[in-house]
Design a protein around this ligand. Structure first.
Ligand code: UD1
Length: 375
């Protein structure tokens, strides 16, 4: 564990411990931490659990998002769910006892989010959860358990879309704890969109604008099962006959492809371009210029909705229904034929058009910080 010298600092400011751990957390905390740093009334402390630790899964995001180095780094790393969550909890308890924050703030639904919320609530430290209330109603997803438990102990629940508020109310969460503030990940997208347009990734990969489908794939339910992987790869084989597929590959997926010996099959076609995980700006640039996205990510369903890029989600459900009802997202499961049919619909220009959901306007972090100051 690495802790910068910040224990002695005693101020009258509200001490907020901002906690991140995994890749999708970084773009959510960045705008909040930036505003808190600029506030005269808040002293933010940035803590990274180290759930994600590879340069390409972590450090590059801190650089791209212009975030300061975390003041506290726990260095937890990978492990089974219990192991990872337990280790984070043990280390975080020490930190929170020492630091005595007035509030901890967690984002999203990863194991670090869950671990931090449990530790803080048992120490009677108030918990703010950003991206509260989302539900896939599929408890086989580890993230769904993380969301339910985090929301059940949180004191301030910041919601991105109307379904979030409804879900929390129906679970008995008191209305005065729920704040519909919009989507903080979209704050980052809008803030860095211009900068991302300077990325050289299109030239590096020799790609033209709107000439490729961009793929991300890492959910255990998709990549840990040979059958699901086979179904998805069969769809890709058809799609890549019509359009290039660009696939920045997550470490979990890479491991599975090696274990299942699928590498040869994937590399056969020149239209299939597999690359290492990309940083925030390169990925945003690739997303904005893609013909469409094929993904099992949560955040990408939201980012494509704001960019107006079609998104085909290879999952059985979504915890972000507004991206389907209002946005450019469609859910196809792991159904080979549906993946192909929706892709071809996009290529023939008959895919639906979307709208931007309420309050996804780039000012969500400001609303969150104001509400914390008012609390
Ligand atoms: C985690 C989140 C998931 C999120 C995803 C984004 C949980 C339960 N899951 O899943 O919600 O969508 O992050 O990436 O918190 N690994 C590396 N380098 C790293 C990190 C991981 O090689 O920096 C490899 C390890 O082999 C590890 C595996 O990836 O065992 C999975 O990492 P883990 O943090 O357990 O979950 P993710 O699949 O990344």
């Amino acid at each position: 564990m690495f802790i910068m010298n910040l224990m002695e600092t005693k101020t009258n400011k509200i001490k907020v411990l901002n906690i991140v751990g995994a890749r999708p957390n970084f773009m959510k905390i960045a705008p909040i931490h930036r505003l808190m740093q600029a506030s005269k009334k808040i002293e933010p402390v940035l803590l990274h659990t180290g759930q994600h630790y590879d340069q390409k899964m972590s450090k590059v995001f801190f650089d791209d998002l212009e975030m300061p180095e975390p003041q506290i780094y726990l260095g937890i790393g990978s492990g089974s769910h219990a192991e990872q969550t337990g280790k984070i909890m043990m280390e975080l308890e020490k930190v929170m006892l020492e630091l005595q924050p007035d509030l901890i703030l967690v984002v999203g639904d990863v194991n670090s989010t869950l671990a931090a919320s449990l530790v803080a609530s048992k120490l009677h430290i108030p918990v703010a959860h950003v991206e509260a209330g989302l539900r896939s109603f599929d408890r086989s997803m580890p993230e769904e358990i993380n969301r339910i438990v985090t929301d059940s102990v949180a004191d301030m629940l910041f919601v991105t879309e109307e379904s979030g508020e409804q879900n929390l109310l129906s679970e008995g969460v008191s209305k005065d704890k729920i704040f519909f503030v919009g989507n903080v990940m979209i704050d980052s997208l809008l803030h860095f969109q211009k900068k991302a347009r300077n990325s050289k990734i299109l030239q590096q990969l020799n790609l033209e604008r709107r000439s490729y489908a961009l793929v991300t794939l890492h959910r255990p339910s998709n990549v840990d099962s040979p059958e699901s992987m086979a179904k998805i790869l069969r769809a890709f084989e058809k799609i890549e006959k019509k359009i290039k597929i660009v696939f920045p590959i997550h470490p979990r997926t890479k491991k599975m492809i090696e274990q299942l010996d699928l590498g040869k099959r994937i590399n056969l076609n020149q239209n299939f371009i597999m690359v290492d995980p990309l940083g925030y700006l390169d990925f945003l640039c690739l997303m904005e210029n893609a013909t469409f996205l094929l993904t099992d990510s949560g955040g990408i369903q939201e980012e494509t909705t704001v960019l107006g890029i079609p998104c085909i989600t290879m999952r059985e459900n979504t915890e972000r229904p507004v991206t389907v009802d209002k946005g450019t997202n469609v859910i196809v499961g792991m159904d080979t034929e549906k993946i192909i049919a929706e892709s071809f619909k996009i290529l023939s220009g008959t895919f639906k058009k979307g709208q931007i959901p309420p309050l996804w306007d780039g000012n969500t972090a400001e609303r969150i910080v104001d509400l914390i100051l008012d609390s």
